[in-house]
Ligand binder design. Structure first.
Ligand SMILES: [Fe+2]
Length: 293
């Protein structure tokens, strides 16, 4: 039976969260849930996650899995809130360990063992698990980050994370620590070698030039025909040259620092300090030639 797929678009972070349900058993997964985060005031809220919960309740879905496509750098994960309300397991690609090893020293996270242990499930490439009767195959598609995975459901629908964007927009940056444009190109070609009718569900959308609405579903055929960065005929060398030049112009994502600290720990915030308050860190860098007091 075709899965139930319901999208929730978070405009502040341009992120799409999905509720993926099996109509036979009514079991469901939530893919890439968002925690609302007001960075100026340091306030976390759960409006977005509550909207997913309310939809699940209304549809009679029982959430068993919370699936991250990668450690996001542009929003904080709402997975722990949903886990607390559903008992669902939080899963991510096993290479999250590598991402934890990269960022542990950046934030001096002495309390974190980079073994992926904050997550309930660590997926290998090719691993198959089930959401109700839906067959989900994990595809390890590194490049944007070392741990990126896509979830391929019943060989018909793929939740691609940031491996690729809409066919009229392009691709994600590959310049985060552990990212690599050449690796991303190869991951994209692997994704686009799936049958042409395969539906691809994006994790983000930013509206393409000339398109005035958000969109998040494409197909392998549409990406191969139109994607300006990776359509058929774009070589690996073309892509690496373009992506590297473009990435050099991009600023750090607005929520990079809070997102990474929280998301590599499966959405957990640091423990409260002696005053009962939790703090996130900002590693301070001095611009070239500047000596800080
Ligand atoms: Fe991302």
């Amino acid at each position: 039976m075709a899965p139930h797929i319901q999208a929730f678009f978070d405009e502040p972070t341009n992120t799409v969260t999905y509720l993926l349900g099996d109509p036979e058993t009514k079991e469901a997964a939530v893919i890439d849930p968002v925690l609302d985060w007001d960075h100026n005031s340091g306030t976390a809220d759960v409006r977005s996650a509550e909207a997913v919960l309310a939809a699940a309740r209304a549809g009679g879905w029982r959430i068993t899995h919370l699936l991250e496509t990668h450690a996001h750098a542009d929003h904080l994960s709402g997975a722990p809130f949903l886990k607390a309300h559903t008992g669902a397991k939080i899963g991510i690609g096993e290479h999250i360990k590598e991402v934890q090893r990269i960022f542990r020293p950046v934030f001096n996270m002495e309390g974190m063992t980079p073994d992926g242990g904050d997550f309930d499930l660590l997926f290998r490439d090719g691993e198959v698990f089930h959401v109700g009767a839906l067959r989900v195959e994990v595809m390890h598609l590194p490049g944007h980050t070392p741990a990126c995975v896509a979830y391929r459901v019943n060989e018909a629908d793929v939740f691609v994370g940031d491996t690729i964007f809409m066919h009229d927009y392009g691709t994600a940056r590959a310049d985060f620590p552990g990212g690599d444009a050449r690796t991303l190109y190869r991951s994209i070609r692997r994704l686009l070698s799936l049958p042409p009718e395969t539906r691809l569900w994006m994790c983000h959308d930013y509206k393409a030039p000339g398109r005035d609405h958000y969109a998040w579903q494409s197909t392998v055929a549409e990406e191969r025909a139109h994607n300006p960065h990776v359509k058929d005929g774009m070589t690996e060398e073309d892509f690496v040259a373009f992506r590297t030049a473009r990435d050099a112009t991009l600023a750090a994502p607005r929520l990079l620092l809070p997102s990474i600290q929280v998301n590599i720990r499966a959405g957990r915030f640091p423990a409260a300090e002696s005053n009962g308050v939790r703090y996130l860190k900002v590693p301070v860098r001095a611009a070239q030639g500047v000596v800080l007091a």
